[in-house]
Design a protein around this ligand. Structure first.
Ligand code: FAD
Length: 428
């Protein structure tokens, strides 16, 4: 079967690789000139399946949900257009299907991690991996809303250790002693890794399986039934005067997979499918670490999350990636000075002087989420059209598992995890 995948971010590249591994002929189409050029460009790097499942525990008070989920800071976050989906999420938390969703999320993140580890070892990929996530709690009030989720994680057999400040500094010796630390949660099963490095290497592996890449092309319409007729438009990069190949204006495919993130709701709408979703932007910076020979390494070792600020700090080889903040889509584009200053401040609170921040690379990217915070994976309802998108803040954590699930569904095989909680029907 010829499958066209729209989007060459984490979701699209992983899907293309798995579909080609299952024997399908695959073409990936993206409006950018290469892979991981949009929301997957410089994410926080956390593989945080355990933490995410705990954090999504039912019963979080509204006063926590609103600022954390809808914006963290900045007036943009309080616009009703941004708020409304999260209010629906709050309502959804009361339903029994939400508990099933959390179980499914944990199962998908475990599957994803197992597949990521397996691919990394089998294909000999580099990904600047470091084990463990330390969640820093500045006060008792941050721990209380997490307790129900932590109890649930313990029932699932997921390791998580509650540490005092001394215990936390044993895990991360570079943590500043100047800054008051109430306690920390250590998730040894979570990790930090460089998703961009992984996705570029997986692209090469997919190519060797026969995957074809059609960059600087945009999907503009779909017609017909098995085979589908895809209408394409060339996207010219003003910086490039020459084209590598003749542009295509159409393509025939037996199936279409939308891994288009913020482009997906519009594409689905043209097919008569409603997927209510919200786009937020978040930002990051990456800076070289100060690694002095012969001195004790006081730089971050693995993944750290400041729970109050919702800012992550992750080691990526000899660099640090600091990420966080949610703003509405209107604020997309260049990173805002105030948002970046907040990231620098959090790094300075916990690891003062650990990085050459004057040489940092700043970035701001989009994240697409639906109301219940789970991804949308499965058939769209239109024959031949499939979805793997809306990974929100967990696209790296879930990418490899989501691609496996999608491939099993398309191949009409037994699915490795329960697919029902990810179906688009739940949003209708
Ligand atoms: C600052 C930040 C920090 C993050 N931190 C983490 C983290 O620590 N851990 C984690 O797990 N996740 C994290 N995430 C989330 C994660 O990065 C995303 O969920 C993931 O990258 C989304 O991948 P994607 O492939 O779905 O989307 P994208 O990477 O955005 O790819 C979608 C692609 O579709 C293409 N496209 C759209 N419409 C069309 C069309 N009509 N025709 C052709 N092409 C089209 C776009 O050009 C784009 O390249 C973070 C995100 C951000 C922004």
């Amino acid at each position: 079967m010829h499958v066209a995948v729209i989007g060459a971010g984490l979701a699209g590249v992983c899907s293309a690789f798995e579909l080609a591994s299952a024997g399908h002929q695959v073409t990936v189409i993206d409006r950018h000139a290469g892979v991981a050029a949009a929301g997957s460009f410089a994410n926080g790097g956390l593989l945080a399946g355990s933490y995410t499942a705990a954090w999504q525990a039912p019963g979080l008070p509204t006063r926590w949900l609103a600022p954390m989920s809808a914006g963290g800071w900045g007036m943009q976050a309080w616009r009703p257009s941004v708020w409304a989906p999260w209010w629906r999420q709050r309502q959804h938390r009361r339903s029994p299907s939400w508990a099933a969703g959390r179980t499914a999320l944990l199962a998908l993140s475990r599957l994803s991690r197992a597949r990521l580890d397996e691919l990394t070892h089998r294909l000999g990929l580099e990904r600047e991996h470091a084990d463990g996530l330390l969640v820093l709690l500045r006060g008792e009030r941050e721990l209380a809303p997490l307790r129900a989720g932590l109890d649930w994680l313990a029932e699932q057999g997921v390791p998580c250790h509650c540490l005092d400040a001394q215990g936390a500094r044993a895990v991360e010796p570079g943590l500043s002693t100047e800054h008051p630390l109430h306690a920390a949660l250590h998730f040894p099963g979570d990790a930090a890794a460089n998703s961009r490095q992984f996705v570029h290497q997986l692209k090469n592996e997919a190519q060797s399986l026969g995957v074809r890449w059609l960059f600087q092309h945009e999907l503009t319409g779909v017609s017909g039934h098995g085979p589908l007729q895809l209408s394409l438009a060339e996207v010219r990069d003003p910086a490039q005067s020459t084209r590598s190949a003749e542009p295509l204006d159409s393509l025939t495919a037996d199936a279409l997979v939308l891994c288009a993130a913020q482009g997906a709701p519009t594409l689905l709408q043209t097919l008569g499918v409603r997927m209510p979703a919200v786009v937020h932007s978040a930002c990051s910076f990456t800076a070289p670490l100060r690694l002095a020979d012969g001195l004790m390494d006081l730089t971050p070792r693995a993944a750290i999350l400041d729970q109050r600020q919702q800012v992550s700090i992750a080691r990526q080889g000899d660099r640090v990636r600091v990420a966080g903040g949610w703003r509405s889509a209107e604020a997309m584009g260049r990173p805002r000075k105030a948002d970046m200053q907040r990231l620098y401040r959090v790094l300075d609170d916990w690891f003062p002087g650990a990085a050459h921040t004057s040489r940092s690379l700043e970035w701001c990217g989009p994240r697409l989420s639906v109301a219940d915070g789970l991804p949308v994976i499965g058939p769209s309802g239109v024959p031949g059209v499939w979805i793997n998108t809306a990974h929100g803040a967990s696209g790296w954590t879930l990418a490899c598992g989501a691609a496996l699930l999608l491939t099993a569904l398309i191949g009409q095989q037994a699915t490795p995890v329960d697919a029902a909680p990810f179906a688009i029907e739940r949003l209708r």
